[in-house]
Design a protein around this ligand. Structure first.
Ligand code: TYD
Length: 409
């Protein structure tokens, strides 16, 4: 839907970067479906009141999150460890009641985080609209409802199970256009001293690294501490802590509670100051971002074209949603990238959204390695480099595009 208005403040958005027509980031498809493929105009806007950066248009949620959702969280060992640590930090925190605590996670996917609460015997509930991934969570012993979260779902939960001590979410809040509905649901669901702890890709990292591949249909918002504080302040809540994370190429964990219930950590003021220095509250910053994005596109296209002219074989490594933005914005198709290797069975044998590059298994990458591999999962670089020593030892080269386009030596 496009009203041209900020989803948080209701004020007009200032248009910043226009990426043109884009398909769904996770819309991997068969050749039979090419002709009916869905595209939407992908453009971001900035609100000078709420300081929220957001997509101007977003496809309907049912188009993106359904029973064939192609993203399973448990594809990376690093992420498994990250969510185990996240769960342990919450379990050790002062926020959970001593007696019979209750934790709710929004968008629990295949249960990658909540399984740690399940194992510890802590009362928990996952809410996950994509039925296929919710089924995996339930099979693993993670109690999961397959629904879109709303105030009325929150009321049903409270009626059945009582109010929660903590409301958790990871890489989910930024997906939800009706963010007011979610915050209202949170207010209903939480005990008066309950906390919201959530993390999402961080606008500060996106600006600093020109990681524009975080912008795709699912990410309706690119959050900063400024915009989160503005939003939750409308509901009498405040930021009490912020903790930066390495995940997704740079994320921020926000901890919020009703005003005055907990002391505010000094980390909040420090981050606010850093954001001001980076200009995240000013429109001029996004004009500079647009120029940096255009430069990145030019450099990646010319590197891949040069390699093609030299007769080199190039493949992609990991068919991430992020890669959908890069490939479509840069206009890179199978003529430049022969195939993309990915470990997700549901993506293999399909084609990438929009540019239709074949997605092949990891076994194919091992048996048929290219001269160059574009690291589309640059956020998992350490884990992948470790795993693919053999490729590098045999002379295979890596291309990375974040924070700048280059061949790793
Ligand atoms: P992620 O960065 O979480 O993707 P997204 O941009 O969609 O958020 O990476 C997950 C994808 O990368 C998933 O399709 C599996 C693939 N992948 C591999 O193929 N091999 C790997 O070693 C890793 C870590 C991921």
């Amino acid at each position: 839907m496009n009203t041209g208005l900020c989803r948080v403040s209701g004020r007009p958005l200032v248009k910043t970067v226009n990426f043109g027509l884009h398909p769904l980031g996770n819309g991997f498809l068969s050749a039979d479906d090419f002709s009916g493929e869905y595209f939407f105009p992908m453009e971001i806007g900035f609100c000078e009141a709420s300081m929220m950066v957001q997509l101007i248009n977003q496809p309907a949620p049912e188009k993106m999150f359904h029973n064939k959702y192609a993203f399973y969280s448990s594809t990376s060992q690093f992420m498994g460890q990250h969510f185990c640590d996240f769960a342990n930090e919450v379990m050790r925190s002062r926020y959970l009641s001593k007696i019979n605590p209750f934790v709710v996670e929004l968008g629990c996917n295949d249960g990658i985080m909540l399984k740690n609460f399940a194992t510890a015997g802590i009362r928990h509930l996952g809410i996950e609209p994509s039925q296929n991934v919710a089924d995996v969570a339930n099979t693993m012993g993670v109690r999961t409802l397959s629904k879109f979260f709303s105030e009325s779902v929150a009321e049903q939960i409270v009626k059945a199970e009582g109010q929660a001590d903590a409301f958790l979410a990871a890489n989910v809040m930024c997906h939800i256009p009706d963010i007011h509905g979610v915050v209202k649901g949170i207010r209903t669901l939480l005990k008066p001293a309950g906390v919201v702890i959530f993390e999402d890709p961080y606008l500060g990292d996106i600006i600093e690294k020109t990681s524009y591949d975080q912008i795709y249909d699912e990410h309706v918002f690119l959050f900063s501490a400024h915009s989160i504080e503005y939003l939750f302040n409308l509901y009498g809540m405040e930021l009490i802590d912020v903790i930066s994370q390495k995940t997704h190429g740079g994320s921020m964990r926000y901890v919020l509670a009703n005003k005055g219930v907990y002391p505010v950590s000094s980390s909040v003021g420090r981050l606010m100051g850093k954001e001001k220095a980076l200009g995240l509250h000013q429109i001029a910053t996004f004009e500079k971002f647009r120029i940096a994005v255009e430069r990145s596109r030019k450099e990646l296209c010319s590197l891949l074209t040069d390699l093609k002219l030299k007769g080199k074989r190039v493949a992609g490594y990991a068919a991430t949603s992020k890669s959908t933005t890069i490939l479509n914005y840069c206009g890179i198709g199978p003529e430049l990238i022969e195939y993309i290797s990915d470990t997700t069975p549901m993506k293999q044998g399909k084609f990438t959204p929009g540019m239709h590059i074949p997605v092949k298994s990891h076994a194919n990458f091992l048996e048929n390695p290219p001269d160059y591999a574009v690291l589309f999962a640059w956020n998992h670089a350490e884990e992948i480099m470790d795993k693919e020593k053999n490729f590098t030892d045999k002379g295979g080269k890596w291309i990375v595009h974040i924070p700048s386009v280059r061949v790793l030596e």
